[in-house]
Design a protein around this ligand. Structure first.
Ligand code: SAH
Length: 247
């Protein structure tokens, strides 16, 4: 997948994408991330990219012409890429969006700054995305969140360092609790079933703990998750208080 980022601060992206799993993904050519400076498409001696808002008020607004020129140039290079605008006014980004976007051939992600972008560039954008109900100083951290969540779903990216299949949200539930060595940490023991080597019993335990955790922390997710008859029985026992916590 190719991801083009359009930003006033391309240097912000250097280290987050160079380290760990995303760095390796780029070495393996599974992913190409290029951060472009919006200023390169600004004209005139001063290469101005922002201006004061019509109607008055605080702050600066990103001018439409450099963005339009940049998006058209990037679109000409990668015509199949989907153009995203990061904005607190967009739909809230979810794991479902990450899965959908990971199937795109490429993404072009526009990061706003200051008061945001001139309204008239919206028609040049395919989709507006927010990472939550709060306001950042710029779209760059939001774009990093989207790129990270999408990239780890690309085939080969996680490799042996993790599996996306059992992650929280991937099947509509939170993930079960995880443990690693030592078996005894300050007197807290790893659940015995995980040491048993009995894979069928481990699968049942994990499914139950997934349901328990989701029931305790995010009961709203249970309404839309796909549950088996056994799952429903277990949830009914949780609701009745028949399932003791911990173990
Ligand atoms: N005045 C705007 C906010 C501008 S914040 C408003 O009230 O809607 C500056 C930039 O940060 C935005 O253009 C956007 O690109 C980015 N940004 C801020 N919060 C964000 C969020 N929750 N999700 C995605 N992008 C965000």
């Amino acid at each position: 997948m190719r991801i083009d980022l359009l930003t006033l601060f391309p240097e912000l992206f250097a280290s987050p994408f160079a380290a760990s799993i995303l760095g390796k993904a780029q070495e393996k050519r599974l992913l190409t991330v290029v951060a472009h400076n919006l200023r390169d498409w600004a004209q005139g001696k001063h290469k101005v990219t922002d201006d004061t808002p019509y109607g008055g008020g605080d702050g600066m607004v990103l001018k439409p012409e450099p963005i339009a020129r940049a998006l058209r140039a990037l679109r000409a290079q990668t015509p199949t890429s989907r153009v995203l605008l990061m904005t607190p006014q967009g739909g809230t980004f979810s794991q479902h969006d990450a899965e959908r976007l990971s199937r795109e051939p490429g993404l072009i992600i526009l990061c706003g700054r200051y008061e945001g972008v001139d309204e008239r560039i919206r028609p040049l954008v395919d989709e507006e995305l927010s990472i939550g109900d709060f306001v950042l100083t710029g779209g760059e951290p939001a774009a990093m969140v989207v790129v990270d969540a999408v990239a780890r779903l690309l085939p080969g990216v996680l490799g042996s360092s993790g599996s996306a299949a059992s992650d929280s949200f991937s099947d509509g539930l939170l993930e079960y609790p995880q443990y690693t060595r030592p078996a005894d940490f300050e007197g807290e023991l790893v659940p015995e079933v995980l040491l048993s080597g009995h894979h069928a019993a481990i699968d049942v335990w994990r499914r139950h703990e997934q349901l328990r955790r989701t029931f305790e922390r995010r009961p709203d997710l249970l309404d839309s998750a796909t549950l088996s008859d056994d799952d429903h029985d277990f949830v009914a026992r949780l609701i009745n208080g028949d399932e003791e916590h911990g173990k």
